[in-house]
Design a binder for this molecule. Structure first.
Ligand code: A3P
Length: 280
């Protein structure tokens, strides 16, 4: 493997997530009002984070990912006084036990896996915190084997899907956000118990549009305290195309067939997977 990634419990992590921190996740003490923003990488994490940040009077602090950093992480997270919104790409089994016990609110964002794979491919190419990759074909092979950062997309989604009926978990689809952002914003604010007017929803929609976010990223300096994805604090690496269905420009018909076979096998009992029938 490369020096930017290391394996922990069979899953690849960035070396910016220290082994000590990963080993001590279960010593994290959650607060009842914490909100966790969970995703497999490249599923729209920054987008939802922006929506939440723009809710008027939400009184929240968006922190950096729980798994990013070293053992001093939990001390740092204790300093925040406001309600914490904490991003993470952890799978369900690695999520700190106190979050489960306190039944903290969790938003899980999910995106169709072909677009997710293409997006992650570009991240591998552009992000110095990820290994280099020669070709799309070589990357796709790694993706299908789960030999990429945060492991297999399939296993990640399945680990969360087994909790899809938990009242404290809200599932949001990237494709639904593209189709009707106001509706997704309404779902999120209702779930968080915050009242917003229609005018405020329009404001949030506008501020979290792809173009607006991309333009702002170009203007901002990268601030390590404002990191949302544990793989970079450089937001310029995040806003690439922001489209549904871009996978068609990458997959050969053979690659599509191989992908679909694995998808069908892995996701045969998955209800979440049915949302993606329109996007394959
Ligand atoms: P692409 O690489 O396909 O463009 P994450 O935030 O989880 O890292 O996900 C990044 C992906 O979400 C990127 O996908 C990025 O362009 C897309 N994205 C971010 N903000 C978006 C927005 N406001 N609208 C649509 N897509 C957005």
């Amino acid at each position: 493997q490369s020096s930017v990634l290391h394996k922990f419990k069979e899953i690849l992590f960035s070396t910016m997530s220290s082994e000590e921190l990963l080993n001590s996740l279960d010593s994290f003490s959650a607060r009842e009002d914490d909100v966790f923003l969970v995703s497999y990488p490249k599923s729209g994490t920054h987008w939802i984070a922006k929506v939440i940040e723009n809710i008027p009077n939400a009184e929240i602090t968006l922190t950096s990912p729980i798994e990013l950093g070293d053992i001093s992480k939990f001390e740092e997270l204790k300093m925040y006084r406001k309600r914490r919104v904490i991003p993470t790409h952890l799978n369900y089994s690695m999520l700190p036990v106190d979050i489960k016990q306190k039944q903290c609110k969790i938003i899980y964002i999910i995106r169709n896996p072909k677009d997710t794979a293409v997006s992650l491919f570009h991240y591998y190419r552009d992000n110095p915190n990820l290994p280099g990759v020669e070709t799309w074909a070589a990357f796709l092979e790694l993706f299908l084997k789960g030999n990429v950062v945060y492991g297999s997309w399939f296993d990640h989604v399945l680990s969360w899907e087994s909790h899809r009926n938990d009242k404290n978990i809200l599932f949001i689809f990237y494709e639904e956000m593209k189709k009707d952002l106001s509706k997704s914003i309404k779902k999120i604010t209702t779930f968080l118990g915050i009242n917003v007017s229609d005018g405020e929803i329009n404001q949030i929609s506008w501020k979290s549009s792809f173009r607006e976010m991309k333009n702002n990223a170009a203007k901002e300096n990268c601030d390590p305290n404002k990191t949302i994805c544990a793989l970079t604090s450089n937001k310029n690496l995040v806003f690439r195309k922001g489209a549904v269905g871009d996978w068609i420009n990458y997959f050969t018909s053979k690659q599509k067939r191989v992908f679909d076979e694995l998808f069908t096998e892995k996701m045969k009992h998955s209800e979440l997977a049915r949302h993606f029938e329109d996007y394959s």
